[in-house]
Ligand binder design. Structure first.
Ligand SMILES: [Ca+2]
Ligand SMILES: [Ca+2]
Ligand SMILES: [Ca+2]
Length: 183
C-alpha cells in the first residue's frame, strides 16, 4: 500500500473503524452490520415497525453488499483493513464506479429526512450514534459547511467526498465529513 499516503490511510481507517467495524474486532463482518442498523435506528428513535427502519436497514445492507463485493478479495466474509485500503486503490484505477455507488448510499443514510440536504442535526445524530462525541461532531460539521449556509446538498456532498477520499490537502473541508476533524 505504499502509494497511499499516511494522511489518506488515516482518513480511510477512520471510516473503517467508525462506520463499519462497529464492534472493534479489526475486521468488518455481518455482526457489525446488525449492530450498525440497531445503533443508527435507535439513535433516531426508529423502531422495527417504522418505515424509516426498513429504509435504513436496506441502505446499510446494500452498502454492505457493495463493500464486500469489491473488498473481500479472499472471500472469507470479512473485510480486513488491508483489503479495505486495496479496494480504494483499485477503485482509483477503475474509474471510481464502486466508490460512487458507495457515496450515494452514504448520502441516503446521512439525509435522514430525505429532503436532499444534510443538516447539522442529521449529521450529529448519525455520528454520535456511531460513538463520536457530540462536541467533536459539531466542530467537524462547522468546518464542513464553512462556506455554505448550514446544510450540505448532494452536489456539495459529492465534492466533499472527493476531497475526503482522494485529496492530500489537510485543509480541505471534505476532510471533516465523517465527524472527525483532527487527523
Ligand atoms: Ca467487526
Ligand atoms: Ca476478506
Ligand atoms: Ca435532510
Amino acid at each position: 500500500m505504499s502509494d497511499l499516503s499516511a494522511f489518506r490511510r488515516a482518513k480511510l481507517l477512520h471510516v473503517f473503524n467508525t462506520f463499519f467495524d462497529v464492534n472493534g474486532s479489526g475486521e468488518i463482518d455481518e455482526k457489525d452490520l446488525e449492530i450498525a442498523i440497531q445503533k443508527v435506528c435507535g439513535a433516531r428513535g426508529w423502531g422495527r415497525h417504522d418505515p424509516h427502519y426498513n429504509k435504513t436497514r436496506d441502505a446499510l445492507r446494500k452498502l454492505w453488499d457493495v463493500l464486500t463485493s469489491k473488498a473481500d478479495t479472499d472471500h472469507d466474509k470479512q473485510v480486513s483493513v488491508e483489503e479495505w485500503y486495496a479496494a480504494w486503490r483499485l477503485d482509483e484505477s477503475a474509474g471510481r464506479e464502486w466508490s460512487h455507488i458507495f457515496r450515494d448510499l452514504m448520502f441516503l443514510l446521512e439525509d435522514a429526512s430525505g429532503d436532499g440536504h444534510v443538516d447539522v442535526n442529521e449529521y450529529v445524530a448519525l455520528y454520535t450514534a456511531l460513538g463520536l462525541s457530540d462536541q467533536q461532531c459539531r466542530e467537524a460539521f462547522r468546518r464542513v459547511q464553512k462556506d455554505d449556509a448550514g446544510e450540505v446538498t448532494k452536489d456539495k456532498f459529492d465534492e466533499l467526498w472527493e476531497q475526503y477520499f482522494h485529496s492530500e490537502n489537510v485543509e480541505a473541508p471534505g476532510n471533516y465529513i465523517f465527524g472527525k476533524f483532527d487527523f
